[in-house]
Design a binder for this molecule. Structure first.
Ligand code: FAD
Length: 390
């Protein structure tokens, strides 16, 4: 994949560089050729889309953000967003299955030493998957309320607890796991470890049957007296987990938001096509103002969401800080995509409700964008916190 330069935050540019356009085109072709044609099959079967994922691996789509010095593509956040939008246009479930690796690599990229990076990122470059484990059965939004406990015994950490709704849990070779190392220290008492999926005491549930994004594996992971070597602690010392998780969010939220934009764009594209073909009262339905305006709103909001995604991505790439904008992008893109897909079903009328047509799947798939990587309510909490801190 081509090397891509980052646009500057000085002045305003809405144009991608030639290299970025090539990257976008590569992902777009992949989504249209390899993902969209099999999306319905994987939605129905709920199987993990190995054949597509393997083709994506050949293009480097599962190691996008791994720095080149460790064998990855070296994409920055903006470039990841460009790819994420295109892949999600094809199917956001398959896209999640493929790009979750980039999320699980983030704690290693941001918090590991050189030796750890060589090991874990190198394994991903060789084709292995990681999974990112923060959420627990009793604590999702409330990250500090997590209970998974890591206690130091000699030169090892002993891990006990369980993690809920973990994407790619059944295909991962290792997990980046957040756990409490000091229960008295609040957010300073959380730490992040890399845990081998094959370690004695690690078990993964069957994958959950879901409303949408059914091609992506989601499961519960349980740790029972799992021995984790000190060398697997990220951040150099215990207590760095919360800070690391927040740094991850600044990068993962734009990327997830970009996926929502991709689904919304697909809903818009399908709506335009259908509204030209379907006639009622002797005219294509887009000529009825109620329908035309719905589609105009979709187009406006998709474009606004994309601009927020790009801005939040460029901010973290250039300044290393974008928390408020990452939440703007995540909440706006997810909420926009939800409304856009619901409206797309409306544009299709009764056919929109049928599995034979593409939009009901978009509506089911997109709901989770308002839930994972921080719910839409939590994004607004972050925005309020940032506004009043300013
Ligand atoms: C398909 C799928 C894949 C996922 N993949 C992963 C993964 O790979 N790794 C991972 O760690 N997690 C993953 N998650 C978990 C996801 O991040 C959590 O579900 C999410 O953070 C919400 O947590 P919760 O489910 O515990 O809901 P809760 O935190 O219990 O929230 C329930 C409701 O209350 C609201 N709420 C809670 N607290 C507040 C508050 N303070 N103010 C306002 N409203 C509030 C929420 O917005 C929500 O509407 C995944 C989830 C799903 C569904």
């Amino acid at each position: 994949m081509a090397e891509v330069s980052t646009p500057t935050l000085e002045g305003v540019s809405f144009t991608l560089t030639e290299e970025q356009k090539m990257l976008q085109q590569t992902a777009r072709d992949f989504a249209r050729r390899e993902i969209a044609p099999v999306a319905e099959h994987y939605d129905r079967s709920g199987e993990f889309p190995w054949d597509v994922v393997k083709k994506g691996q050949e293009l480097g789509l599962t190691i996008l953000n791994i720095p080149e010095e460790y064998g990855g593509i070296g994409a920055n956040t903006l470039e990841e967003c460009i790819v994420s939008e295109e892949l999600a246009w094809g199917c956001s479930g398959i896209s999640t299955a493929m790009t979750i690796n980039n999320l699980s690599a983030l704690p290693v990229i941001l918090g590991a030493n050189d030796e750890q990076r060589k090991l874990w990122l190198g394994r991903m470059v060789d084709g292995e998957f990681g999974a990112y484990a923060v959420t627990e059965p009793g604590a999702g939004s409330d990250v500090i309320g997590m209970r998974t406990r890591a206690e130091k015994k000699g030169d090892k950490w002993i891990l006990n607890g369980s993690k809920m709704f973990i994407s790619n849990a059944n295909v991962a070779g290792f997990f980046t796991v957040f756990a409490v190392t000091d229960p008295e220290a609040g957010h300073r008492g959380l730490s992040c470890f890399v845990v081998e999926a094959s370690a004695p005491g690690v078990s993964v549930s069957k994958h959950f049957d879901k409303l949408g994004q059914r091609a992506a594996d989601t499961a519960e992971v349980t740790f029972e007296d799992v021995e984790v070597p000190e060398a697997n602690l990220l951040g150099g010392k215990p207590g760095k987990g919360f800070y690391l998780a927040m740094q991850v969010f600044d990068r993962s939220r734009p990327m997830v938001a970009a996926g929502a934009v991709g689904v919304a764009q697909r809903a818009l594209d399908e709506s335009i096509k259908y509204a030209k073909e379907r006639t009622t009262f002797g005219t294509p339905i887009y000529n009825h103002q109620a329908v035309g305006h719905m589609i105009a709103d979709m187009a406006m909001n998709v474009e606004a969401a994309r601009l927020l995604v790009w801005r939040s991505a460029v901010m973290v790439d250039e300044l290393g800080a974008n928390t408020k904008f990452a939440s703007f992008a995540k909440a706006f893109a997810a909420d926009t995509a939800m409304k856009t897909t619901v409206d797309a079903v409306q544009v299709f009328g009764g056919y929109g409700f049928m599995k034979e047509y593409p939009v009901e799947k978009l509506m089911r798939d997109v709901k989770v964008f308002q839930i994972y990587e921080g719910t839409s309510q939590i994004q607004r909490n972050v925005i309020v916190r940032e506004l009043f801190r300013e």
